[in-house]
Design a protein around this ligand. Sequence first.
Ligand SMILES: [Mg+2]
Length: 488
Amino acid sequence: MIVGTASESGPRPRIGAATVDRVILHVDMDSFFASVEVRDDPALAGRPVIVGGSGRRGVVAACTYEARMFGVHSAMPSSVARRLCPDAVFLDGRFHRYVEESRRLHAILAAYTPLVEGISLDEAFLDVSGAVHLFGSGTSMGHEIRRRVREEMDLHCSVGVGRTKLMAKLASKAAKPKASRSGIEPGPGVVEVRAEEEFAFLHPLPVRALWGIGPVTEKRLLALGVTTVGELAAMTPESLERYLGTAAGRHLSELSRAIDDRPVVPEQEAKSIGHEETFSSDLWDPEDLQARLQRMVDASATALRRAERAARTVTVKLRFGDFTQITRSHTLDGPVDATPAIGAVAAALLESVDLSRGVRLLGVSLSGLGDPGAGTQLRLDLDPPAGDEEMPDAASRAAGQDGPDTVTAVRDASREAERLQQSWGSVTGAVDAIRERYGGTAVGPASLVTPEGIKVRERGEAQWGPSRPRATSGGADRPVREPDAPGG
Ligand SMILES: [Mg+2]
């Protein structure tokens, strides 16, 4: 499942001296997915375990420290990991288990402050500035959280403590165990960077340790002879802005001087819900692609209803064999949550695309989320709505390439979607109830029926790229959060 969240872009309030008083924790589980697998299956203890896509284009999602001793790390192509560590146990992963464990983690964290910002399933910022009089210093809260995670979840985490998100994040990294050829060295578990220690801690680090410095920016900085954060801090903000652009230059200049006013934003609500699959070989057959798309629509619509939301915008995303990528989207007059209604729009969008380049990735996402009750679902007039001349947005985007037929097709689908939403609205609730009780494959739309039975992908299973090809399964779903806190 793809859960896009509100990002923190845009100008941030300058708080100035007020930030001195903030106490921020960054809690990060140690090799989370892999540790859950090892805990649930003691036979794996002490072995190199890699969770990720085992297929040709799979990547490592997580690995145990025993695997890291061989140089394996997350985001590495699985083929490379397999070469480095041929004896590793490869697991597809069980996303639903990680979601459950993440909820348990959040239940522990919520005991300390309501200001918890989840960054990913296994990582969160806490603003505990207002909690120190109740629970003691940030460091003692860090130790307490580690103890509870160990005792209640039988898992390990590391905690960073600082005055800013930047410091807390870098500190939790310093708190982690280290694995090298010579063995696994336990980390301190909790590291605090005090205000007066910030420069001494920050400035020797390589520039890539900073948020927002990816390989491209790093290369540019290296070309200028800048390798450490300290050297970055020595540059004037103006020259950095000149080299890297105004926004990036200013931001990095501030970070390098330990200025980071970004607040901890609790409860980021999902902005979109969706699924996407990367295929182990490019697909060409429109019928096959439509069937796969409808399965993703079904899974996404179910997640949408479970979240008690309805969507107005349906987006279909494709990446082709040559790596070019397009999206086609359409915004409806009113919110929909019925699978057939969403499916009708998605199908028309896919039909508008020329598939002759071969499809490497296919995805659908639902956005413009709101209350299912709001909007126009009570409209009984099934005739075209007034203002029908208006071009649907997907259609207008597609029109340049695909001509007026596409416009008509998407508009027809839009009308069909409204009709289906009305006729299916109450039925989908019953379908969800049956699935809840008897499992995902108990009932499904006719388009999902295949010779092997009804195919409903379990939410988030094998989402890190394709598993090794199997008789019945194609690809994988990948959870994506908009990158908010890279760099760790
Ligand atoms: Mg982690």
